[in-house]
Design a protein around this ligand. Structure first.
Ligand code: ADP
Length: 412
């Protein structure tokens, strides 16, 4: 159990690459912090500085109130789990898990107790006499978690631990790691490029880009209140749709205009705009963002008062649980008429609709926008221009539908 503080931390590699710039974070005891971002954004470097495997170029790292910049990795009471498991191939699982404790001259009976306890928690007791090569990827990763577990560290550092596993095993291990965190009640710091892992596991997520922290927040706040366009695009699949737009109208009737479309914003959304005067009927452009799941083709939505767009459906992906419609707005469809190459023929709107949608490829349809959940960014700075309004976030503004009259209770 430990709290950590990173204060103005930088990493400049000898090659001159600045991998991490001014990283500031207070991590509370028992948190599950996830560092997420595209490859090369500095996640692993930050984790390795916490572990003591990389020197901190500038700034301070505090663990439980102690400055540890110059403390050797073995003295930081931290355990690290790697993507490639880093197991000793010639040793049994038991010896792999016991190895670190043997080096520390822990008495044999205590080692035995700890290894067996860790193996029990991780469900690998029956494999303890095997060597790593006789195990599946998931089992190997459990051993490498077990090796960390027996040390009873203050902090667990996990560097893309699930990247070598197939999709099914990854989701299983995700829940296992979450359960392990709940059970151990220890601080976890987890690095991944996979936003699904970040969203499902983290109590707080640090989104990084090019060595800079972008936003630190809970998963749901990152989803509902992305601070900038990068975070908005990074969190959520398929990614948020973006349109360069202008705000027009009057203060009590504000429209978002893009292409040949014009969308009326609800008064609540307008009230959340930080500096409406700067954008309303001026040259200053905004980026209008709407998530695929906030675009609907169901009849109930089309009958609602929510604004509609007419779009042309290019491609349909029926995924079973949901259907993705890759569409073009009317302006984009018009522009695309002269495009020959399929590479340049880009759909500019993706909708995630009900899997029982009747929409067909090539259709021109109306879609309704759940516009209360839209996002607005300054075109130039890419920062959000919306204040947080907790009443706007969940639950979704579903249109009111009347209950069918024909359903009768089974027993009168
Ligand atoms: P991530 O974990 O987010 O993929 P890294 O922390 O591994 O990113 O790398 C961040 C940046 O630092 C990248 O530009 C990478 O090329 C660079 N980098 C990483 N390790 C070294 C190193 N040992 N020497 C020089 N540059 C490095």
């Amino acid at each position: 159990m430990a709290s950590l503080q990173l204060k103005n931390v930088y990493k400049v590699y000898p090659s001159g690459v600045t991998a991490v710039t001014d990283f500031n974070l207070d991590i509370e005891d028992k948190e599950f912090i996830v560092f997420v971002g595209p490859s090369g954004c500095g996640k692993s470097t930050t984790l390795r500085m916490i572990a003591g495997l990389e020197e901190i170029s500038a700034g301070e790292l505090w663990i439980d109130g102690e400055l540890v910049n110059n403390r050797a990795p073995k003295d930081r009471n931290i355990a690290m789990v790697f993507q490639n498991y880093a197991l000793y191939p010639h040793m049994t699982l038991y010896d792999n898990m016991a190895f670190g404790l043997k080096l520390r001259k822990v008495p044999k009976d205590i080692i035995d107790q700890k290894v067996k306890e860790a193996a029990r928690i991780l469900g690998i007791e029956q494999y303890l006499s095997r060597k790593p090569k006789a195990l599946s990827g998931g089992q190997r990763q459990r051993v490498s978690l077990g090796r960390a577990l027996v040390r009873e560290p203050k902090v667990f550092l996990l560097d893309e631990p699930l990247s070598n596993l197939d999709a099914k095993l990854r989701s299983q291990m995700r829940t296992e790691i979450t359960k392990l965190h709940n059970r151990l009640a220890t601080t976890f710091i987890y690095v991944t490029h996979d936003q699904v892992e970040a969203m499902t596991m983290g109590t707080r997520i640090v989104v990084m880009k090019d060595g800079f922290m972008q936003q630190v927040d809970t998963p749901i706040n990152l989803y509902d209140y992305p601070i900038n366009q990068f975070v908005a695009g990074f969190i959520g699949t398929p990614q948020m749709n973006f349109f360069t737009a202008k705000l027009t109208g009057t203060p009590d009737k504000v429209y978002v205009e893009f292409g040949t479309d014009k969308v009326l914003l609800p008064a609540k959304k307008v009230a959340a705009i930080k500096d409406l005067d700067a954008y309303l009927n001026t040259d200053k452009e905004v980026t209008f963002g709407i998530r695929p799941e906030d675009i609907h083709d169901e009849p109930a939505w089309l009958k609602s008062k929510n604004p509609k767009l007419t779009v042309k459906v290019d491609v349909i992906e029926a995924l079973g649980s949901e259907t993705l419609l890759y569409c073009k707005t009317m302006a984009a469809a018009h522009d695309a008429e002269s495009i020959d190459s399929i590479v340049d023929d880009v759909s500019n709107l993706v909708a995630k609709v009900d899997s029982r949608s009747y929409t067909k490829t090539g259709d021109t349809i109306e879609v309704a926008l759940d516009v209360i959940h839209c996002h607005l960014f300054d075109k130039e700075t890419e920062m959000t221009i919306l204040n947080r309004d907790l009443s706007i976030a969940a639950p979704s503004q579903l249109p009111v539908t009347e209950a069918p009259e024909t359903i009768k209770p089974i027993k009168e």
